[in-house]
Design a protein around this ligand. Structure first.
Ligand code: GLU
Length: 421
């Protein structure tokens, strides 16, 4: 049976990179487990007057490079192991981007789609009251993720500020601009991925104007990626999906029509004039670029050999399993790892935090130009490590391994400097 526990996957990815780079054994031991795990059970009053007890988590994986950083997911099948994996990946993401944060993640087991706005507000505030002692602008800074929004961040920031008795915009990022959010944060995850895609296309010789693209997922990341891929590069998006199903048209799909379809029918799969497809079919469709932008474990040992795309741009966290990683590598598919591709979100979160701390706000152009600079550098740093290993050490390693080597090395050096080993 293929390993699908995200935390075991995260540990194995670390082990593999640690082996390649010959990481100090003690540093390796420290990096295999989260430094702090908080589980809370808290009451929320539902609209029918009853109380429901929700379980939430906040994991601080490593803070050697700075306060914890990472989103909060509201997901019905959230588990502590998923949150631990995502917190580990945030550690590598912040380190690779070279921003002064450690890694963290939070989650609440709930079905946000079935809750009213008032219930969601009470849930968000309840979660913050429960984990309030463990977060803060200099401790651990949450942000949005799967099924959490800028509005939810605003409620959480408000609740935290009440808890500590003063305004504390920098406790959380991804807020609406009215309450300290940064220009450009709303689509920064997708925008960062576009800068990576631009450079990857140069390297692989893909003409983005003529490229056919499929996107799995229509949430915070996938929706904006759809808009940007067409606007910036003129590529044709032939397939898109959400949790209900997908739609395919060889002639390409239209963004405005897609938004309307989602709004009026609840799913992009009801797009008129195109064929209904499953999420599995989407992954295997005849395209140049595949953008998994939904959740973990989508490209596995079972379907990796059926992927026709030349480039996989991991916009979701953890969409490719260990077995799939090997298969894609052998098949010479350029698989760009999540903690590089989707780091635009946390990079602009960092800008938001800096702006909150200064109380001085930047224009959109400045945000995008700084994001472009950081993420383009991460891409080339990563490619360079891959090339160096191949030429001087005669080791053929994946782009994921290269990114891990850079990220791990920085965290290990910070732990060493602090005297942790
Ligand atoms: N949830 C996003 C991620 O996985 C953003 C995290 C953040 O901004 O802290 O990268």
């Amino acid at each position: 049976m293929e390993e699908l526990n995200p935390f075991i996957i995260a540990q194995k990815q670390l082990d593999e990179a640690a082996g390649i780079m010959d990481l100090d054994k003690q540093a390796h031991k420290l990096l295999r487990e989260p430094m702090q795990i908080v589980t809370v059970n808290f009451p929320v009053k539902l609209d029918n007057g009853e109380i429901n007890v929700f379980t939430g988590f906040r994991v601080l994986y490593n803070h050697a490079r700075g306060p914890g950083k990472g989103g909060i997911r509201f997901h019905p099948s959230e588990t502590i192991d998923t949150v631990k994996a995502l917190a580990a990946w945030m550690t590598w993401k912040c380190s690779l981007a070279n921003i002064p944060f450690g890694g963290a993640k939070g989650g609440v087991i709930c079905d946000a789609k079935k809750m009213s706005s008032l219930e969601l507000e009470r849930l968000s505030r309840g979660y913050i009251r429960a984990v309030g002692r463990f977060i803060g602008p200099k401790i651990d800074v949450p942000a949005p993720d799967v099924y959490t929004t800028p509005q939810i961040m605003a409620w959480m920031m408000d609740e935290y500020s009440k808890l500590v008795g003063h305004e504390e915009a920098g406790v959380i990022t991804g807020k609406p601009e009215e309450v300290g959010g940064s220009e450009g944060r709303f689509n920064s995850t997708a925008m960062g991925a576009m800068y990576v895609l631009r450079e990857a296309a140069k390297k692989t010789g893909i003409d983005l104007k003529k490229a056919k693209v499929a996107i799995q997922g229509f949430g915070n990341a996938g929706m904006f990626a759809f808009d940007l891929v067409t606007k910036l590069f003129g590529s044709k998006i032939v397939a898109i999906s959400d949790s209900i199903g997908g739609t395919y048209s060889a002639n390409g799909l239209n963004y405005d029509k897609l938004i309307k379809t989602k709004e009026t029918t609840g799913s992009v799969s009801n797009y008129e004039g195109a064929s209904k497809i499953t999420n599995e079919q989407l992954l295997e469709s005849d395209i140049d670029i595949l953008i998994p932008a939904a959740i973990e474990n989508q490209i596995t040992g079972d379907n990796a050999d059926k992927i026709k795309a030349k480039v996989v741009l991991e916009l979701a966290n953890g969409p490719v399993t260990l077995a799939a990683d090997k298969i894609l590598f052998e098949r010479k598919v350029m698989d760009l790892p999540d903690f590089l591709v989707n780091s635009g979100g946390v990079i602009v979160s960092y800008f938001e935090w800096v702006q909150n701390n200064y109380g001085y706000y930047w224009p959109l152009e400045e945000v995008y130009s700084k994001l472009n600079e950081i993420i383009t550098k991460s891409f080339y740093d990563t490619i360079k490590v891959q090339t160096d290993y191949s030429s001087s050490k005669n080791k053929k390693i994946t782009i994921r391994d290269s990114a891990y080597i850079i990220a791990i090395d920085r965290v290990a050096k910070a732990m060493k400097a602090r005297g942790w080993y």
